[in-house]
Design a protein around this ligand. Structure first.
Ligand SMILES: *Cc1c(COP(=O)(O)O)cnc(C)c1O
Length: 377
């Protein structure tokens, strides 16, 4: 059996090696390292793939979220509602911009932000909601868009874990995740479903005016060379990264399918055990692109299982071990433990198994076999 890795990017590279190496040589030959033609081409490829009017590439997913909030003109003191159970980047940029993060609980079956909790958290100061499509499954965007419309709030989708996912709304229309709200932000960190060979990110929007504003913000607030109209940042996708992403984008659907196949195999092997809750897929299967395959382990056995897997040389991840409202940087006297029953429980139960496009049957059987062995009787 091949060595099991949490993420395996080598196999993908073998498959696109010629194209990537040729484009790398081209970029180096032209010395067009920043804003080379590859960046523009990738932008257009991604606009077409997502069926969105504007893609603005930037340096990473955290920047994408920050720039999205700057672009919407959010001001210090504005409240932004997001999930308590997510990677810290989401809340970090809210705090960094001196907006007020308002963390709310998630749904137990999808790990995604709970629309009922959003409703309860809205105040006259609330300006935006940031749903995170956690582990690759789209949040309940029908409900979130309804709440946003009713209260006149912006919706910024954190799509870092869900690129390529399709959301089918109540009317039966399919939309790519990240293009449903006012603005979407994504990351091309190497281990993401569409990853480059360094850092990268992008912002998506169908709003022409917002796209224009953001194109200036990413470039030091310049709309005309050396005229700085707003306070901006320096956030660029470099040409080498764009070349990798151009080679990978046509394969994204196949990559996501490979992840879904691996997820299905895991679920088939583990679904009937009383102490294991396998991930629930909402709606049509293509809503979930399995950035992570995350189980809930019942009866307080998660940590012992983790230790067992470690001894067996099976990689795993605990995403995420601490609720954001309990992190020193984001703790706030307004929060009440009773408001986060789901997150508080999830952090003790979740464990993510190896997930990437190169997993084979034998590896999955070995991993699931070890889990079942540990949990037998
Ligand atoms: C990875 C990730 C980010 C940040 O992306 P970077 O490119 O690492 O800055 C933001 N939000 C979520 C949910 C992520 O998983």
């Amino acid at each position: 059996m091949r060595k099991i890795q949490m993420v395996d990017l080598k196999g993908q590279y073998e498959d696109i090696k010629n194209q990537v190496n040729t484009s790398f040589e081209e970029v180096i030959k032209n010395t067009s390292f920043i804003n080379g033609p590859e960046v523009k081409q990738f932008q257009q490829d991604l606009e077409e793939y997502l069926d969105v009017k504007h893609v603005i590439p930037c340096a990473n997913g955290t920047d994408a979220l920050q720039i999205a909030m700057m672009g919407l003109g959010l001001k210090p003191g504005d409240e932004v509602i997001t999930a308590d159970f997510t990677f810290a980047a989401t809340v970090e940029v809210i705090a960094l911009l001196q907006l007020t993060p308002v963390l709310v609980d998630v749904e137990p079956h999808t790990f995604n932000i709970d629309p009922q909790s959003i409703k309860k958290a809205i105040t006259p100061k609330t300006k935006a909601i940031v749903p995170v499509h956690l582990f690759g499954q789209t949040a309940n965007m029908d409900e979130i868009m309804k709440i946003a419309k009713e209260h006149n709030l912006y919706v910024i989708e954190d799509n870092a874990q869900a690129i390529g996912g399709n959301y089918t709304n109540e009317a039966g229309e399919k939309t790519k995740t990240g293009t449903i709200g006012d603005i979407g932000a994504t990351s091309f960190f190497p281990s993401k479903n569409l990853g480059c060979y360094g850092d990268g990110g992008a912002i998506f929007t169908n709003n022409d005016e917002l796209a224009h504003t953001i194109r200036g913000i990413v470039n030091h607030g310049m709309y005309e060379r050396y005229h700085h109209d707003v306070v901006g940042v320096n956030s660029r996708l470099d040409s080498l990264q764009a070349a990798v992403l151009r080679a990978k984008l046509p394969k994204l659907d196949a990559y996501n399918k490979a992840r879904r196949n691996a997820a299905e195999k895991y679920t088939n092997a583990l679904k009937n055990h009383q102490e294991i809750v396998t991930p629930e897929i909402i709606g049509e299967g293509d809503t979930h692109v399995f950035h992570q395959y995350t189980l809930k382990i019942k009866n307080g056995k998660r940590d012992a299982l983790a230790k067992y897997l470690q001894e067996k040389g099976i990689p795993f991840g605990i995403y995420y071990p601490i609720p954001l409202h309990n992190q020193k940087a984001y703790a706030d006297s307004r929060y009440n433990e009773a408001d986060f029953p789901v997150t508080n429980q999830l952090v003790t139960e979740v464990i993510s198994l190896p997930m990437h496009t190169e997993l084979d049957k034998e590896q999955i059987a070995f991993i699931t076999g070890a889990i079942l062995e540990f949990l037998k009787d």
